[in-house]
Design a protein around this ligand. Structure first.
Ligand code: S3P
Length: 172
């Protein structure tokens, strides 16, 4: 599978809770490539948490930083990169990802996503009156855009190595 990628990056996209980081880490192990999560990288360079960044500078600044970080990561690859849920939605960032990598959309349904995000509350976009409805609204808005990924893999409630195997066979 690695040779099919060549020098390109493998970039996981999709909504929060789809399993991008967990699956990305496993896929990277199989490919013998380094793994990096863009939110983790943003937190490292800014020395702030994502929640703090949103609170202090707002979403627009966060997106600008996200674009810069992803651009740099794509250039210095190949790697397996898991992106924050909004990265592929941003026109500039999506264009960069499409140029510099093979994109894989981990597609999940509302209940799977909700099950996974609702236990943790660090996601600033879900600090609303009705977070499940917010997640649903994000699905409605974003799914047509995630469709533009090269590959779609259904992230469902099965073992992670099953999904990992599906990602690996899809990039062959
Ligand atoms: C966001 C998703 C988060 C994080 C930020 C914004 C989004 O990443 O980048 O809170 O716009 O969907 P995860 O998808 O890793 O939760």
């Amino acid at each position: 599978a690695r040779s099919a990628l060549g020098r390109r990056n493998l970039v996981l996209v999709g909504l929060m809770g789809a399993g991008k980081s967990a699956i990305g880490r496993l896929v990277a192990q199989h490919l013998g490539l380094p793994f990096i999560d863009t939110d983790t990288e943003i937190e490292r360079v800014s020395r702030m948490s994502i929640a703090e960044l949103f609170a202090a500078y707002g979403e627009e600044e966060f997106r600008a930083l996200e674009t810069r970080v992803i651009k740099r990561l794509l250039r210095s690859g190949p790697r397996v990169i898991s992106t924050g849920g909004g990265a592929f939605i941003n026109d500039r960032t999506r264009a960069q990802i499409q140029r510099g990598g093979v994109s894989v959309w981990l597609k999940a349904d509302l209940d799977v996503l909700w099950e996974r995000v609702n236990k943790r509350d660090h996601r600033p976009l879900l600090k609303t009156e009705n977070p499940k409805q917010t997640l649903k609204d994000l699905m409605d808005r974003r799914y047509p855009i995630y469709e533009e990924a090269d590959i779609t893999v259904l992230s469902r409630d099965v073992r992670k190595d099953v999904i990992t195997g599906e990602v690996l066979s899809a990039i062959l």
